[in-house]
Design a protein around this ligand. Sequence first.
Ligand SMILES: *Cc1c(COP(=O)(O)O)cnc(C)c1O
Length: 384
Amino acid sequence: MSTYNIYLSPPHMTGQEQKYINLAFSTNWVAPLGPNVEAFECALENYAGVKKALAVSSGTAAIHLALRLLNVGRGDVVFCSTLTFVASANPILYQGATPVFIDSEPESWNMSPLALERALREAARKGRLPKAVIIVNLYGQSAKMDELLSICQQYDVPVIEDAAESLGSEYKGKKSGSFGMFGVYSFNGNKIITTSGGGALISNDEAAIEKARFLSTQARDPALYYQHHTVGYNYRMSNILAGIGRAQLEVLDERVAARRAIFARYVQALQHIDGVSFMPELPDSRSNRWLTVLTIEEEKVGVNPLAIIRALAEQKIEARCVWKPLHLQPLFRGAMYYPHEEDVSVSENLFANGLCLPSGSAMTAEEQNKVITAFLQKLQVRSC
Ligand SMILES: *Cc1c(COP(=O)(O)O)cnc(C)c1O
């Protein structure tokens, strides 16, 4: 018995996955390495337009590896977008480092160049520049990479691009995830394509990816016996799961088109409502629209996102709040936070007013109509 009939973002299989899974079985490559892993990494490199990709067990593991490669350790500071899933910042804690959270700006909902600049200026003045900046591309929308990268370059701080939600998106004609020194993808079950669980670390720095490969396989020294000089992890992706990934990656562009069409249908059905606004798309960028997200002005529509989520749940439809900003999380109590402007916290407003609607690429028009009808019922407005 499932709680929902219509999920927020369920897996969408092609049917071709089985072909690659069978290949793993028939060759007995039932291991965290093998031909599917190699082929999947190669396909990812081609898709993202980068030199090297490393398939790993999760997006979180990929972020952790990136921090290790940048020598982040105890006492270091790492800047991170505040409006994101906790996985963006958990690896900062794994390394014993201190996160500092940066607000969003209203045009992409991603890291505010104004807030980042203020934070870096202050950090430089104190002689405590961060070892890395983790920039998240929320719900498929790329951050303002040109502005953010140029600020980071000024202070010579490397960027990790958390593109867990933006695989398939573009910014100025380049694939999202390929802008930072390192890019991170996730293939968790709810992402635009999935391996059930998995992730990837990508970079144009081949030596760095080789080092990540070493760290992700228990940091085993090249000797005939087992020797280790540094702490490692068991972070590699299984050859069976990489088989799922190969088939999924083949249809990524179709999945992006489907999610964008779902977004367009929601816009068409709901944009006439005064007090409802959809997540914007930056000019010169193309979001994969992983989730359709909108904001609701309670004074105008009479209900808040939580009331809508509850009403939809009664009809077995799964909707969610926008991520609760990390600087508001009990886990990160006391962490420093730089808002967009001294007295304007964009992320807090988005959290208070934001709503994510079911956006799975396999959702039928009929299912989407059910969501739209339930939404309009709760708002007590007529569709037109
Ligand atoms: C899903 C997600 C991750 C983590 O990916 P996993 O593969 O689940 O570990 C990291 N960052 C963001 C923004 C995500 O949405």
